[in-house]
Write a protein that binds this ligand. Structure first.
Ligand SMILES: Nc1ncnc2c1ncn2[C@@H]1O[C@H](COP(=O)(O)OP(=O)(O)OP(=O)(O)O)[C@@H](O)[C@H]1O
Length: 327
């Protein structure tokens, strides 16, 4: 297990009376793709701006490799802001070279890096165009190149996938996975939960400024209601279902002899098996993991109903929370 590279420790930020980020604690490990998800206004952008030092927290701190993040460390981070931040009238290649030099690269190194990323992100045909003449999706590819050009040690990306076509999504995903594989901790926010589930090692779910859950999707699903898929070919396909009336068991869907069931916490799956066997042989009896989209809905709804409950590995833990979260 890689050690925490970037730690967000009990960070708070208010705008006037509104608490935008409240006691936010999590870490991102070297080589990890960390998905940062949550409803609109939950506090993701504010947290990422604090990581980058664009905003100062009211309390708490951000650490890089165990030390409070300072200007020198931040200079080595790559950032893709939500509002994007390219100069519209600058030419693509020129812009990337300029940003490389701004981050301390030599002219030759900045030129080589700009050329490399232009090619990797498939915007070569626009290298001499002004940024403003590119489509929004292509501007976004350039924006990613801008975050990468100085070979950052950590990547913080605010909704990098929004508005991209499917091919561009694949390019973006591959580049982020490559960077992570090279040891770079990568955090990105997104509302595309299926994508987050596919690409991220761990996920942090934010609700009302707090981290309400954090871990691998498998870990997050441990706190959710269990699902079973049961195929009982001998059971009648119409009429009262064989699982109806079992304590804590809900029939979610029914397709021929196959049934999907939801089990409340503490419900006994053996009683389900007995009931299924009572109809004849059982062809399938497997636990299913709900997709992140459903886990997210359950966790956010539960959090809103219960208040400050924190679930999952590392969520809300104290400084240096490196607990749990295997891949
Ligand atoms: N400059 C600001 N002044 C006042 N309130 C702000 C400011 N920036 C953010 N907020 C408030 O802070 C809260 C968190 O906003 P933030 O942009 O961090 O959310 P988010 O999770 O990134 O949302 P989204 O998914 O919509 O981008 C919101 O209630 C927002 O209205």
């Amino acid at each position: 297990m890689a050690a925490a590279a970037l730690e967000v420790d009990r960070v708070r930020k208010s705008y006037g009376k509104r608490r935008a980020v409240d006691d936010m604690t999590f870490d991102i490990r070297a080589g990890e793709l960390f998905g940062f998800v949550g409803s609109n206004g939950a506090g993701k952008t504010t947290t990422m701006r604090i990581i980058l030092g664009v905003l100062t927290p009211d309390a708490g701190e951000v650490r890089w490799q165990g030390r409070p993040v300072d200007f020198a460390a931040r200079r080595r981070f790559g950032y893709m802001p939500e509002e994007r931040g390219l100069y519209p009238r600058m030419k693509v290649a020129e812009h990337l070279r300029y940003l490389g030099e701004l981050h301390g690269m030599s002219r030759a190194a900045a030129r080589a890096a700009a050329d490399r990323w232009i090619e990797r992100l498939e915007v070569s045909s626009y290298a001499s165009e002004e940024v403003q003449n590119l489509s929004l999706g292509n501007q976004q590819r350039v924006q990613l190149a801008a975050a990468l050009v100085h070979e950052p040690k950590a990547l913080v990306l605010d909704e990098p996938f929004s508005g991209l076509d499917p091919v561009a999504v694949d390019v973006m995903r591959d580049v982020l996975a490559e960077r992570a594989a090279a040891g770079v901790p990568v955090i990105f926010s997104s509302h595309q939960l299926a994508l987050v589930e596919r690409v991220c090692h761990r996920v942090g779910i934010v609700g009302s400024g707090r981290l309400i859950a954090c871990g691998t999707v498998a870990e997050l699903s441990e706190s959710a209601e269990r699902r079973l898929l049961v195929d009982a070919p001998g059971a009648p396909e119409t009429g009262v279902h064989w699982a109806a009336g079992l304590a804590g068991v809900e029939v979610v869907s029914r397709e021929g002899s196959r049934t999907r069931l939801r089990l409340a916490k503490g419900a006994d799956d053996q009683q389900v098996l007995h009931a299924a066997l009572a109809t004849g042989p059982v062809a399938t009896f497997v636990s299913e993991r709900p997709p992140l989209t459903e886990l997210y809905r359950d966790l956010v709804t539960r959090d809103e109903a219960e208040g400050a409950t924190v679930v999952g590995a590392g969520a809300g833990a104290g400084a240096g929370a490196g607990a749990g979260g295997g891949r």
